[in-house]
Design a protein around this ligand. Structure first.
Ligand code: SF4
Length: 143
């Protein structure tokens, strides 16, 4: 096991990206990071730069404006980087699937620049913090 996979499993540092979410998924992510759930005990830590991140927490449908920015953020992460599509919108465009401004979902936009990208899906509108913790644990256990 490479040092990168080891550190990803033991202490995944995450960077949060909003690509056009309604903000509910983002509020649940903030909830996840509060002392109530205390995910830092698992080594999960929010970082301020994608260059320091092992994983991306992506919310939203991916609007036309956000798509190149999401790709640029992904390019800046060290690889392998697990991309978590958080919420129904990020997983499959959700209730905005017919929107004129929507070019997502997240996996399509990421795989345009990295066909081998690791994508994990946490559905829900919005998903609860417990679902996000479960999704992170399941995704990292498969690495
Ligand atoms: S999945 Fe639901 S809560 Fe999350 S951004 Fe979409 S509409 Fe908002």
């Amino acid at each position: 096991m490479s040092w990168k996979i080891w550190s990803l499993k033991k202490s995944p540092w995450v960077f949060h990206v909003n690509t056009g979410a309604c903000n509910n998924c983002d509020i649940e992510i903030v909830n996840l990071l509060t002392p109530k759930f205390d995910v830092e005990r698992f080594g999960i830590k929010l970082v301020g730069s994608p260059r320091h991140a092992d994983a991306l927490l992506v919310t939203g449908v991916v609007t036309r404006q956000a798509a190149p920015r999401l790709q640029e953020v992904y390019r800046q992460t060290s690889k392998p980087c697990v991309v978590f599509a958080i919420g129904a919108c990020a997983c499959d465009k959700g209730i905005f699937h017919n929107g004129y401004h929507v070019v997502g979902p997240v996996d399509k936009i990421i795989k345009e620049i990295d066909p081998n990208a690791i994508i994990a899906y946490v559905p829900g509108c919005p998903p609860k913090p417990e679902a996000m913790i479960s999704g992170v644990v399941k995704a990292l256990s498969t690495l």
